[in-house]
Ligand binder design. Structure first.
Ligand code: LLP
Length: 451
């Protein structure tokens, strides 16, 4: 895989760091030409901790979490917010998630194990996954999770049997594929009809399976779930999904006489990766979801359910940045300028995978205008290994500290040891203090599993 050709006619945008708007973490500021986050100098932090380094603004994390809860409860009091832990997961973030009063979405046994190790209350955990193994289901039942989200009829049989063996009745949701095409990258679109996730609504399959769930003695059907995709800007997709789900609840009530009292609308709210991006706000998302639920419940004559949403990216992406050291500069006249950093697709696969776009600055020149167009390439043995393609940045020199914004979601959780690269440390910053919450991997870690 190689990079798409550079657009050599592009002009740098001339913006300084503070002109990057919604991309920046809440406490970002520039002092003496250095980027500060959480009152901590990113240049000094990079020198102390080494690079590549993931840094999170704790105030920003807490702010988004509390805004989500406040916005949803204001728009719709009977609501809860789950954090989709696949976006970014370690014990430190779970501590904050718990303190801020959110519930948790885990996908599979590993995320659940981390939640348990962090002491997260398991009755506030929902378990997702389109192919949870018997072992993972057993672990979830033994942990006493709040809800298991059934993804198929085969899984229903497994959960019912395993719960029966344990003498328990497990609360479950059914994940429905609502057939809504969300306006986002096709790889992260999940609600459309051709999907490996959930019970399809085609030919009334999901509808008929409700009967099987109701007939299973060791599960209690308490809710329905859907998730239409990720990085969604257009809120009308959520309105459409709510309409489909509430109509579904109405049909269940009519056919089975059962009122489903919980509805989980998944995650998916988009965020600003580029300075010019204008995603909907958390408050707009809450209002849209609440209004849709109220409107369609009235229209279809069903009782208003307790609603859940499961944001991942919109809680953590903009709180996180990645710091790198500039190691090599190569200018290929008429082709592009490469700025090689000490990380790349091992700590951020999103650019290679989805052609994701990011904003970057030189943290030690943060007050200066971005006057150059460069490709921030990684250090891995692949031509397609880049974090920023054709992006504006301040004039780069060897040894500069590059900062890429918006990397708080789906970077550390999708990281790898490609080329034997140890995973970066994770640092939380707040009120002038930096604390390492996940240490950098060592070469010994790379060998730890080899027998
Ligand atoms: N709930 C379920 C069932 C999900 O599958 C996901 C994300 C979420 C909630 C959270 O969605 P969010 O609010 O973060 O959009 N690796 C991709 C994103 C994959 C999303 C997978 N599911 C990326 O880097 O863009």
């Amino acid at each position: 895989m190689s990079l798409p050709p550079s657009n050599t006619s592009l002009q740098a945008d001339g913006r300084t760091t503070m002109e990057l708007g919604a991309v920046l973490p809440k406490t970002a500021e520039v002092r003496d030409d250095h980027l500060f986050i959480g009152g901590v100098d990113m240049v000094e932090l990079a020198r102390e901790q080494g690079t590549a380094l993931y840094v999170f603004d704790e105030a920003d994390l807490r702010d988004r979490m509390s805004r989500y809860i406040t916005a949803f409860r204001a728009a719709y009091p009977e609501s809860d917010v789950l954090y989709a832990s696949k976006a970014f997961l370690n014990k430190a973030v779970l501590q904050i998630v718990g303190e801020e009063g959110l519930c948790l979405d885990v996908s599979g046994g590993g995320e659940l194990a981390i939640a348990q190790a962090a002491g997260f209350p398991t009755n506030r955990v929902f378990v997702h996954g389109n192919n949870k193994t018997e072992q993972e289901l057993a672990e979830a039942l033994d942990a006493g999770v709040g809800r298991i989200v059934l993804d198929s009829r085969i899984e229903l049989e497994r959960v019912n049997r395993l719960a029966g063996e344990r003498g328990i009745v497990q609360d479950v949701f059914m994940r429905i594929t609502p057939g809504v095409e969300a306006d986002t990258h096709e790889y992260i679109r999940t609600g459309c009809e051709d999907s490996k996730f959930g019970f399809t609504m085609r030919e009334d399959f999901a509808f008929n399976c409700v009967e099987d769930v109701l007939a299973a003695p060791n599960v209690r059907l308490v809710g329905m779930h859907c998730h239409i995709g990720s990085q969604i800007f257009a809120l009308h997709s959520f309105d459409e999904a709510v309409a489909v789900m509430i109509e579904f609840l109405a049909r269940i009530k009519e056919r089975y006489g059962l009122e489903i009292l919980e509805l989980d609308m998944g995650g998916g709210l988009g965020i600003a990766y580029r300075a010019e991006d204008e995603p909907s706000t958390i408050e707009e998302f809450a209002t849209c979801t609440a209004q849709a639920v109220v409107k369609y419940c009235e229209q279809y004559g069903v009782k208003k359910p307790h609603i859940y949403v499961e944001p991942g990216r919109s809680l953590v992406a903009n709180a996180g940045v990645t710091l790198y050291t500039v190691g090599i500069l190569k200018t290929l006249p008429g082709i592009r300028k490469y700025v090689a950093i000490d990380g790349g697709m091992s700590d951020n696969i999103r650019t290679a995978l989805y052609h994701a776009e990011y904003e970057a600055v030189i943290a030690n020149k943060a007050g200066q205008p971005r006057t150059e167009i460069v490709t921030l390439c990684g250090k891995h043995c692949e031509s397609g290994d880049a974090v920023v393609l054709d992006g504006s940045i301040q004039h780069p020199d060897l040894g500069d500290i590059a900062c890429v914004f918006g990397t708080g979601a789906y970077c550390s959780t999708m990281s790898s040891n490609y080329n034997g690269q140890p995973r970066p440390a994770i640092v939380f910053v707040k009120d002038g203090e930096a604390r390492v919450v996940t240490r950098r991997e060592t070469y010994a870690d790379l060998l730890a599993r080899d027998l």
